[in-house]
Design a protein around this ligand. Sequence first.
Ligand code: PLP
Length: 388
Amino acid sequence: MDHRYICTHFGDDYHRFHGAVVPPIYENSLFVYEDFTRFVEAMKDEQNHYIYWRGTNPTVEIAEKKIAALEQGERCKLFSSGMAAISSAVLAFVRSGDHIVSVGNIYGPAIKFFRYLKKFGIEHTNVLSKNIDSIEKAIRSNTTVIYLESPTTMTFKLVDLPSVASLAKTNNITTIADNTWATPLFQNPLTYGIDIVVHSVSKYLGGHSDIVGGALITSQDIMDHIFYNEYQLLGGVMPPYEAWLLIKGLRTLPIRMKNHQESAIKVAQFLHQHPAVKKVNYPALKSSPDYELGQKLLRGYSGLLSFELKINTFDNVLSTINSLKLFKIGVSWGGFESLVISPNYGYNTEQLSEAGIDPGLIRISIGLEDVNELINDLDRALSSKTAT
Ligand code: PLP
């Protein structure tokens, strides 16, 4: 099934809803039954019946079907945020005394969550290098989860997902990969042997900066556990209105990603040759050390990248960001609007150095504006910063 068909029609099942081409928002907390016999039958298989919104909802289900199909997974459940999906996936596979390995520059709150688990006796090691030998060395007899992002946050380094998946399988470890950057259009980690894929749908899948949500995609076997435990018991589930907006966002995902990709490549090429820029972190560039791996693992490149200023002081980062007009200053990414941010706040140089992040790093999310306007904006902001 091709992506465009999935995004436009798959899972919509129009005739269940009187032919409505846009599905209704099922804003009801519970479903009533004609007789108790049917209710008892439904309770035997809650995953496939409508009982209570904290389990299933017809509007949410349409988005879940689309995302499962896009990721080539058996089941998807939608959560109230990306972090709810991440924490549920991890909690499903750890108990007191276990150990988690994460690789590279992982999204900050995910790392914080692993550290938070220390109070339940769960240990964590972050391996900064994505080298397979370093990952293998970090594995202990009590390691139950390897957590990955490819590319990694801020530095956009690719991880060899098939090799890590096979290393994990040999050691009976569950792998969880955050695929938010690539979207299911450009990478399907499950097909590389990864066990669970998570997304923040607050980014490209929603695409309009109007929702916060998460997705977890996996096999039916794993979902049988997660649905009855972490999904329903922690209760961080996606509400139907958010799912309705997500469905609307998904309709245009393929054309938006095409545009994000085309513009981001042009912006990256412009930055690569700019005299004020030391380095561009974007695997689509032939100069990237991950270019070859990207050609193997990715079908395309999204619009989030970073660059490092030659003059890597906080003052220079500050004045460069403040000089931008079209790029808006803000967290998150993957929406229609171009955004800029730096992990350098002027008072956290030590943490940046521990994470291997250059203090001159600026992250940009390329939106759907005219790419020439975006390049002009960057050129204007960088022109006064050229190192001599
Ligand atoms: N994963 C990545 C790579 C992210 O950048 C983010 C948010 O910025 C998340 C997960 C968390 O998603 P949410 O903000 O929807 O909880």
